[in-house]
Ligand binder design. Structure first.
Ligand code: SF4
Length: 145
């Protein structure tokens, strides 16, 4: 089996990197992830990519390198815990911008465990496409401006 070749400095990479908190325990974390994916779909992978947030905690070389090479590094968090911003900053990155959906698009956080044993719905019924769109628009605006 051929050895995997990692990315290294000097090799072309994505222009910008966004990090999503992506917690699946709440509507906010899921919306953050979906909005980031929609932003990548709209702008294309040359322009922007979703970075591997967990890789930052472990100093994974290609993740660190591509993030260092990015023109803009933006974190997207669902709620004020700001897991993505804190992780990226702990890894030593200075952010171009941090988005928090409860603050920046007025989302109300819903912890999904609250409905267990009562009125638990299919996961996508907790997600507002309007909020995904608003969050995506905000991410796109910050990348292209
Ligand atoms: S920032 Fe909030 S919504 Fe996102 S993973 Fe952390 S706790 Fe969950």
């Amino acid at each position: 089996m051929a050895e995997e070749k990692h990315w290294e400095e000097g090799i072309e990479t994505h222009e910008n990197v966004i990090f999503s908190c992506y917690g699946g325990m709440s509507n906010t974390g899921i919306t953050s992830a979906l909005a980031c994916l929609e932003a990548v779909k709209e702008l294309g992978l040359e322009k922007v990519v979703i970075g591997c947030l967990a890789g930052l905690q472990h100093g994974v070389q290609p993740v660190m390198g591509k993030t260092k090479a990015a023109k803009k590094v933006i974190t997207v968090d669902g709620c004020p815990f700001e897991c993505s911003r804190k992780t990226a900053e702990l890894a030593g990155f200075k952010l171009t911008k941090s988005i928090v959906l409860t603050r920046d698009i007025g989302m109300k956080k819903k912890a999904l465990h609250e409905d267990i044993g009562q009125n638990l719905k299919p996961v996508m019924e907790y997600i507002s496409q309007d909020e995904v769109q608003k969050a995506k628009d905000l991410i796109v605006k910050l990348i292209v401006e």
